[in-house]
Design a protein around this ligand. Sequence first.
Ligand code: CA
Length: 439
Amino acid sequence: MELNHTHDATTRSWLSSANEPGTDFPIQNLPFGVFRRKGSDEAYRGGVAIGDQIVDLAAVAAASVLEGLPQLAAQACAGSALNDFLAMGPVAWRALRHALFAALRHDAAAQTVSTLHGCMLPQAEAEHGVPTRIANYTDFYTSIHHARNVGRVMRPDDPLTPNFQWLPIAYHGRASSVVVSGTPFHRPMGQALPPGASAPVYGPCTRLDFELEMGFYVGPGNAMGEPIPLEQAEDHIFGMCLLNDWSARDHQFWEMAPLGPFLGKNFCTSVSPWIVTMEALAPYRVPFAHPADEPQPLAYLDAPANREHGGVDVQLEVLLETTQHRTKGAAPDRLSATSFRHQYWTIAQMVTQHTVGGCNLMTGDLLGTGTISGPTAPEAGAIVELSLGGTRDIELPGTGERRRFLEDGDNVILRGWCEKPGAARIGFGRCQGEVLPVK
Ligand code: CA
């Protein structure tokens, strides 16, 4: 993906909050989501974040401030999910993003500024929905550091399964329990085998965890039996989000052999409201390679473009806000920080692997990258890694509390952003969810 004028870091918007240093949503970002006025019964509709505002795309479409393909694309965003827009493909995605960029730029015509201003809602006054109607959700497992860390807990003598370095492995997840950031969930009930016990017990999860992940949404998709070659894979990826794959480790470790995750993973998955487009991420693409002394990708998982810029350098962090943080007015404590660039497989390889046997990806489908853990211990993306399988306390300086797994009232906050010299800093906002007591 090539750089163009929408990546020019010097471009300013007529909306002053978009020019604030440190904003997640400068004019170079323009992520998509769905929203409505908070607490209202309005219909959800598509929107684009800019500064501290949302551009209401249903209102933009109705105002006829755009024309041609951008107008058609805005109309496709007027419904309660972005599926129709995602089905239009990269040419339409780019056309709408570029038209909004021009309309929000500092030198836009006075009439355009006036019309766009009338199509905005402050983000503080909005609530969000899941951005697409997700027919299918698949979660990959593509951090070799996470695989080794968790593998050591489950199989100390053989932490990495032999397939890991040959293909991006995944399981088919549950789309029905994908929720948007801010939606709380109840601690799940289930079966677990306590250490040393010969029979399982049924009860509330005692080893509740988060997983720091990114998600990405499928655009046009493919017909059954027609795999997506690696060279075309990114034409089918609209953009990326933050994703928390909440996990009940005690239930998961008892149930998952031999068929994989079931109840340990299907009670809740949280996504951030905003999808940052692949075009906006273009300045932050990085080379992809496996270490020379490790298996190299088979030919169908290898292409020059994937080697040259298959990776994405997204800075990520996990924050924890407990009930005591809120009582004391203390800032959340940071549990972990890493970058998506360490992942062992690229998102293009995940798309190609998913379809190579003939499986059809559908517009709006959600794919998760798997837990993102970097090469060093403080970069681990799950509490089971940070607490070494629940054997070591994690200290929370803000309150003096300790954790080995999540407790009721804990609010886990994921944040992501991209920054480097010469490029505009862009962010993903946040993805958060609170653990409620068992129901
Ligand atoms: Ca996961």
